[in-house]
Design a binder for this molecule. Structure first.
Ligand code: UDP
Length: 328
């Protein structure tokens, strides 16, 4: 039985990866310090003998007893509002955390895949974004703590690959959504659906002309799975190229939920990228991968998930103190 370490295992993506690797017959060593993750996302796996969980911050030395065949590094705050709240931890988990895990991969002879991001392209001057584009990042802006940590993460990963012959894989993840996203993580999809469910107006930041391209989580997981088992060590974009403006997205959510509320406009956060769309030619060519779930289908499933949450969850306002904090 192959054994895989998944960091950020209690988070949105990490928990879906745990499910997939268990389903594929792996032993899963799950690690999370639960600062943004939620143990509820993985508690259904606890009874399984193939599943172990460690509450640990990977920015500190990581010890795992026994063999490891694969390491997937998915620990990191991932929502702008989270990394503004915990900027130093965000920098540390992308840099020190990645260094610790690369050391572990080297010691165990494991292959390591890191979760990079479309944020390495910053506010991109090239559209759609190809892997060969170097990006346009403000290192000292509020998002710099995430973007630069992820850029460093890619650099150190390539260095371990080149100088220590560690087998590495780099996935650049574009906006992904689905069940288990945190309703209050501040990102646009849970924000809009949460507002609709609470009978509040939908808050569009800026004039709503900025674009994003949303990928359903199952498609992303499939892409990651294929990349891990490919022999390609350079970055690969995984995302759904179906691009939409945030204004039109708000209208879609209004239709989906049937809410009587309207759109209201708020200031655009500092350094908010004006456009984002993955070029996925590489994923198609190397991984024979393409997203399969269209936005209408994916949103329906995700809406059902958010509807099933408790009242308490719906009204939990864990990030409201940051209202205005990141605005110009
Ligand atoms: N956004 C918005 N209203 C919200 C939350 C976000 O209009 O309540 C916008 C945000 O300014 C950005 C886009 O939606 O342009 C996506 O933001 P998100 O935080 O989901 O992720 P990002 O892609 O910026 O990392």
């Amino acid at each position: 039985m192959k054994r895989v370490l998944i960091t950020g295992a209690a988070g949105f993506l990490g928990s879906h990866l745990c499910d997939r690797f268990i389903k594929e017959g792996f032993q899963v060593v799950a690690m999370d310090n639960l600062i943004t993750g939620n143990i509820k996302n993985i508690e259904h796996l606890f009874p399984l003998k193939e599943f172990e969980f460690y509450n640990h911050d990977v920015s500190n030395y990581v010890h795992v007893a026994g063999n490891l065949d694969y390491i997937l590094h998915f620990a990191s705050p991932a929502s702008p509002i989270d990394y503004l709240k915990i900027p130093i931890q965000t920098l540390k988990v992308g840099s020190l955390g990645t260094h610790n895990l690369l050391g572990l991969a080297k010691a165990k002879g494991a292959r390591m895949l890191i979760a990079s991001t479309s944020e390495v392209y910053g506010d991109p001057a090239v559209h759609p974004q190809t892997e060969s584009y170097w990006g346009n990042v403000n290192p000292i802006g509020p998002r710099g703590v995430y973007d630069e940590a992820k850029r460093f993460q890619e650099a150190i990963t390539m260095a371990y690959h080149t100088y220590h012959n560690v087998e590495t894989r780099i996935v650049r993840i574009f906006n992904t959504y689905g069940p288990r996203m945190r309703l209050n993580d501040g990102r646009v999809l849970p924000a809009f659906i949460g507002q609709a469910l609470r009978g509040e107006d939908l808050t569009v930041f800026g004039d709503g002309s900025q674009t994003r391209s949303f990928c359903y989580v199952d498609d992303l997981v499939e892409g990651i799975f294929r990349l891990l088992f490919s022999d390609y060590a350079y970055p690969v974009n995984i995302g759904n190229p179906d691009e939409i403006t945030i204004g039109d997205f708000a209208e879609e959510i209004i239709k989906l939920t049937g809410t009587k509320q309207k759109v209201i406009y708020k200031d655009l956060p500092t350094d908010d990228p004006t456009q984002r769309q993955p070029n996925i030619d590489k994923a198609i060519e190397i991984l024979n991968w393409k997203p399969k779930v269209n936005r209408a289908e994916g949103l329906k499933i995700t809406y059902e998930y958010f509807k099933s949450l408790s009242e308490e969850e719906l009204y939990k306002k864990d990030h409201n103190d940051f209202e205005g904090y990141i605005r110009k």
